[in-house]
Design a protein around this ligand. Structure first.
Ligand code: SF4
Length: 707
């Protein structure tokens, strides 16, 4: 490595799994043994860690699956062979240059990850948008948060999470919609649990077609029919208006659009809404009375709303409830999107999507593009929108995109319509896979494998769900010849002959990123590594070196829209893209389990975590199972328009009739012999956010009979 670090033997860092961002103290002894514990005074986790975070040391120490050295094939007909870094980077640069010269810059693309550190995200965006001359850089956050991004942009004027975790202890009413924090954001859930224990009058409403562990705290569970979130949220809005439980002062002085919203929500009767959603009128009214009588109302949501072909409108319908009740910009109140990945937010800060530019600048704005181009010292940033996640794999399939560089993500398992994704990577002219693990099902499609350093093996920063930026130190050396992702990208950029990459380490990259945020609403020009090391984590904006950070936004009720008013927006109601039919009458919804992370390339290595649930399974309601002659534990074949999956059935009352649930984690290399969940999902996406509708696929389930 040309990056020089001093390894620490004891240091504070942040968990690299989920967007909660728990604090971990790590110590490394002389023999290299890693031990870790929660940081007692950490503002996020207060000493707690969930099962995944607590076992991260095993992930670093078990190197059996690690990619150790670059590998390359000379053509599609050659096997992979070990090469040195110079050969690998020379080849990558030669191939990319050839395609760019022959077919233009839009013939190449980068597909990255919410697991990447902010510095890595910054570099890959500067490389593509500033130098290669394409906006074809997108991330797996597209599959996860892009509907929430657009929800905030449309209502608040910018992608800005208004609240802080400390609002959890200040709220008296929670709405948890399309989320199962008990399993997916465990430490956050524990804070809610502790708060409710101390304050038993706290009201918690859960909206979910499944009875999840998060329902254990619920005063009210609205077990809606999948795809009917907008109707349900609007019906709650209707009751709030009818009962005068709204904040007229906020609506008149700080928001636009109430009259049209009122007209829209009044156009559907409660009787109709109740039938559409399969939720009783009494329950709709009770939810409205909890929200309407709240002193501090906090709404939380994640994939259940975002992963929908009406994901942005789902977000608007939910945020509207905060706006009509004036529950934003004050302690304990606000709409709070829970990010899935540890650095989904940092990626958004650097403009790490095909449709974004650095520091929340707009890719569609000529002034914003020029400002970024001037900062980078290049003529221009391309105006043509880039390909988003699913579009990128479609373009590989059609031959429009020739080469793809995949960093720290496993699309073969995680993308919708996974059979198409496999075919696209097979057809691609050149696939680079930059990753830490050989257990990724994507690796087999690589023409060039670049081994990367993982958690504790490189330094950088991340931002959690509440805008909290933390510094992650390097503590151990990466195995074999693996390099920090930043260094790999810099080596490639230099080989391409691009002048803007004279960085000696991640710290210099971070300095440049911070400078580019100056004067914007997410200004972090007051931050640097020293400050983060000395003071711990800080929430943006941090516009000066003496600024303490910003726990809560919009306390002055001035929003980032041109007239500084929040926008209450109508949504309309549409259907999910996948349609139920006689052949496929059941709705498949997918999601996570408690002890696994994404496609299991890390969590699947830890035997303790595999003990929780060791195999994929299908949750099915007893009456749907009985109709099909299926008993608990039977092998079942799930089929849809795009593929099949075979697993064992778990017959349970915990899922709504007509709905089945399959966890998304297992790929072939992690032991799913008979198919991934994403064989069944649809790549169709929300028209505004381009986020696919993973949570609604039409399927049929049959008892499996040996042929
Ligand atoms: Fe890590 Fe998330 Fe668990 Fe915290 S809640 S320890 S950030 S996986």
């Amino acid at each position: 490595s040309t990056f020089k670090y001093r390894n620490s033997t004891k240091a504070k860092t942040t968990c690299s799994y989920c967007g909660v961002g728990c604090g971990i103290e790590v110590s490394v002894d002389k023999k290299g043994k890693i031990e870790l514990e929660g940081i007692e005074d950490h503002p996020v986790s207060r000493g707690m860690l969930c099962s995944k975070g607590r076992n991260l040391n095993y992930v670093v120490q078990d190197q059996t699956d690690r990619l150790m050295y670059p590998q390359m094939r000379w053509s599609k007909y050659h096997p992979l062979e070990r090469v040195d870094w110079d050969t690998a980077i020379d080849r990558a640069a030669a191939v990319f240059k050839t395609f760019i010269e022959k077919h233009g810059p839009d013939s190449v693309g980068f597909y990255v990850s919410g697991q990447c550190l902010t510095e890595e995200y910054y570099l890959v965006n500067k490389l593509t948008k500033g130098y290669i001359g394409t906006n074809n850089v997108d991330t797996n956050s597209r599959l996860c948060m892009s509907s929430a991004v657009m929800g905030y942009v449309k209502t608040l004027g910018e992608d800005s999470v208004p609240i802080s975790y400390e609002d959890i202890e200040l709220a008296d009413t929670f709405l948890i919609a399309g989320a199962n924090p008990a399993w997916c954001h465990p430490i956050l859930f524990r804070r809610i649990e502790a708060h409710k224990e101390k304050n038993p009058d706290t009201k918690i409403i859960v909206i979910d077609p499944r009875v999840t562990d998060s329902c254990s705290l619920a005063d009210l569970h609205l077990q809606l029919r999948p795809g009917t979130d907008i109707t349900l949220l609007q019906a709650i809005g209707r009751v709030l208006i009818e009962e005068g439980n709204i904040d007229l002062d906020f609506i008149q002085n700080h928001a636009d659009g109430f009259d049209s919203y009122k007209e829209e929500v009044m156009s559907t009767s409660l009787e109709d809404a109740s039938k559409i959603c399969d939720v009783s009128i009494d329950d709709i009214k009770l939810a409205a009375s909890y929200i309407g009588n709240a002193k501090a109302y906090l709404s939380m949501w994640t994939m259940g709303l975002n992963q929908s072909t009406q994901g942005v409108n789902n977000n608007l319908a939910l945020i509207n409830l905060n706006l009509i009740t004036g529950q934003i910009g004050k302690p304990g109140a606000g709409p709070f999107s829970l990010t899935g990945q540890p650095n989904a937010m940092g990626g958004r800060e650097v403009g790490g999507m095909a449709s974004l530019l650095a520091a929340h600048r707009k890719q569609a704005s000529p002034e914003d593009r020029q400002e970024v181009a001037n900062f980078w010292g290049v003529d221009s940033v391309p105006d043509k929108p880039g390909l988003t996640a699913t579009q990128m794999f479609d373009a590989l399939d059609s031959g429009e995109l020739k080469a793809i560089w995949i960093i720290c993500t496993n699309p073969s398992v995680s993308m919708p319509d996974a059979n198409l994704v496999d075919r696209a990577m097979k057809k691609a002219k050149f696939v680079v896979v930059q990753d830490i693990s050989s257990r990724s099902d994507t690796v087999k499609y690589a023409d060039l494998i670049l081994p990367a350093a993982g958690w504790l093996e490189k330094e950088g920063t991340m931002t959690n769900s509440e805008r909290r930026i933390s510094y992650l130190p390097k503590m151990v050396d990466a195995p074999g010849e693996a390099l920090a992702d930043s260094e790999i990208l810099i080596r490639f950029a230099k080989k391409m002959g691009y002048p803007g990459f004279e960085f000696k380490n991640e710290e210099e990259v971070y300095k440049e990123h911070c400078q580019l945020t100056k004067g914007t609403n997410i200004d972090i020009s007051g931050l640097n590594y020293d400050r983060l090391k000395n003071e711990g984590s800080v929430q943006w904006p941090v516009p000066s070196e003496t600024h303490p950070g910003t726990p809560r936004l919009f306390t002055d009720k001035k929003f980032y829209t041109p007239n500084q008013k929040a926008q209450i927006l109508t949504t309309g109601v549409s259907n999910e893209a996948d349609m139920l039919s006689q052949d496929f009458p059941l709705v498949l919804t997918t999601g996570r389990i408690r002890d696994q992370w994404h496609t299991m390339t890390r969590s699947g290595k830890v035997s303790k975590l595999n003990k929780h649930i060791s195999k994929p399974y299908l949750e099915i309601h007893p009456s749907d199972a009985a109709e099909r002659g299926i008993k608990n534990g039977d092998s079942v074949l799930i089929s849809g328009a795009r593929g099949e999956v075979r697993v064992n059935a778990t017959v349970t009352e915990n899922i709504k009739k007509g709905v089945v649930f399959l966890p998304m984690h297992w790929g072939k290399l992690m032991g799913s012999e008979f198919g991934r969940a994403n064989n069944l999902t649809n790549k169709a996406f929300d028209p505004i956010s381009k986020q696919p509708g993973f949570k609604y696929s039409a399927v049929e389930v049959k008892k499996y009979k040996k042929p």
